[in-house]
Write a protein that binds this ligand. Structure first.
Ligand code: FES
Ligand code: FE2
Length: 396
């Protein structure tokens, strides 16, 4: 059914001499049934099989710069509170008080004053390690143990300066889930990069449409004339197979001749990241960790997207631009070229995802198809169905 599509797409799109290969006659394979993009029952199953189980990238460690600094992330219907402890560790908890279940934090980010997390309702107060410290205006009964009322923990790990969370108690360690991606880009030194810009988008489309869109460049000539000029959609190398793993990466797109970075004019305004190999300076590596993280490594900056589904038809996407700290310290530092370019490309993508969301509601459209240039999207569809246990019933 689908191996044919995958194997074709996994072949390099350029010959060893760099010349673009001619198009092959495309084969087609079934896409996801269209109701998968809107059905509340499917969304509920995705929460249980993916968003409440898998590792999710929550942001950058630098956002939790000092003890008491916190972030709140919405994981579908759950809220997770991340906080830096006095010991320097980053911990995560459900954003829920153990007394009667009030949310602890209403803000998306900030810093707790003092040394604890105080519930806004009856002022039960927790340490940054989650332990219950004080319960004002009550006498703690002798037969009850305050130790039983610590905040519900959420697992958190850090990788390359990113903080990751999982609600899954039995989920394998992050490095295991990241596989080859965990060490594949060590030369880019992503851990030391700093955030130069951030934009959050609210997109009226199912989260899977955004993943599929990021996974193929078949749409680039039509939707992204600026991107296609800077980096031709057929130029680059395709990613290795990784079975039904939670990530897909290693593939790259080449910069066009005369382009030194991805921007409207292609003029690079900052040095390449230290440590890159010579071939890296002409490539952008695109990686996806399912279900919520896109990592794009450019010669002189790194771009990330994190996806946060709101409901079956809406997704919040946070896009961040990371730069070398020494480049940011330069007096003339300006992230505008990279921000302008990707904000344009992002909005072009979101618009097509929103049109596809509407079109998939048509009773005339039962399911789409993936052609040979959409191997990444097809790989994701197979991964998703395997996670939902629906792989065997996939007839297209
Ligand atoms: S609900 Fe938090 S202290 Fe009462
Ligand atoms: Fe796109």
């Amino acid at each position: 059914m689908s191996d044919d599509v995958l194997s074709r797409s996994d072949e390099p799109l350029t010959s060893s001499s760099g010349a673009t290969r001619p198009h092959r006659v495309p084969s087609v394979a079934p896409g996801l049934p269209s109701h998968y993009y809107a059905d509340p029952a499917i969304y509920e199953r995705e929460k249980q099989a993916l968003f409440y189980v898998k590792w999710l990238c929550a942001g950058r460690e630098e956002e939790l710069s000092e003890p008491g600094a916190y972030l709140v992330r919405h994981v579908a219907d759950e809220q997770v509170l991340l906080v830096r402890g006095a010991d320097g560790a980053v911990r995560a908890f459900y954003n829920v008080c153990r007394h009667r279940g009030s949310l602890l934090c209403e803000s998306a980010e900030g810093r707790f004053p003092g040394r604890g997390i105080a519930c806004p309702y009856h002022a039960w107060t927790y340490g940054f390690d989650g332990r219950l410290h004080s319960t004002p205006n009550m006498t703690w009964p002798p037969d009850a143990d305050r130790g039983d009322y610590a905040l519900h923990p959420v697992r958190a790990e850090c990788w390359e300066g990113f903080v990751w969370i999982t609600l899954g108690a039995a989920t394998p360690p992050l490095a295991e889930e990241l596989g080859g991606l965990a060490t594949g880009f060590a030369r880019h030194g992503v851990a030391r990069l700093r955030r130069g810009h951030r934009i959050a988008y609210d997109v009226a489309a199912n989260w899977k449409l955004l993943v599929e869109n990021f996974s193929e460049c078949y749409h680039c000539p039509t939707v992204h004339p600026e991107l296609n000029r800077a980096s031709h959609y057929l130029g680059g190398g395709a990613p290795p197979k990784e079975g039904e793993r939670a990530w897909r990466g290693g593939g790259w797109m080449d910069l066009s001749a005369g382009w030194a970075t991805l921007s409207i004019r292609g003029v690079r305004r900052r040095p390449t990241l230290p440590g890159l190999a010579a071939e890296d300076t002409g490539r952008i590596y695109y990686n996806t960790v399912y279900p919520n993280f896109f990592l794009s490594l450019h010669p002189d900056y790194v771009l990330t997207h994190t996806l946060w589904p709101v409901d079956p038809g809406r997704t919040r996407i946070v896009c961040e631009w990371l730069f070398a700290p020494e480049a940011m310290a330069e007096s003339g530092f300006d992230a505008g070229d990279a921000v302008e370019f990707w904000d344009l490309v992002n909005r072009q993508d979101w618009h097509m995802c929103e049109l596809t969301q509407i079109g998939n509601r048509s009773r005339a459209h039962r399911a789409g198809v993936h052609i040979h240039q959409e191997g990444g999207a097809h790989y994701f569809a197979r991964y998703l169905l395997a996670q939902l246990g629906d792989g065997d019933s996939w007839a297209g």
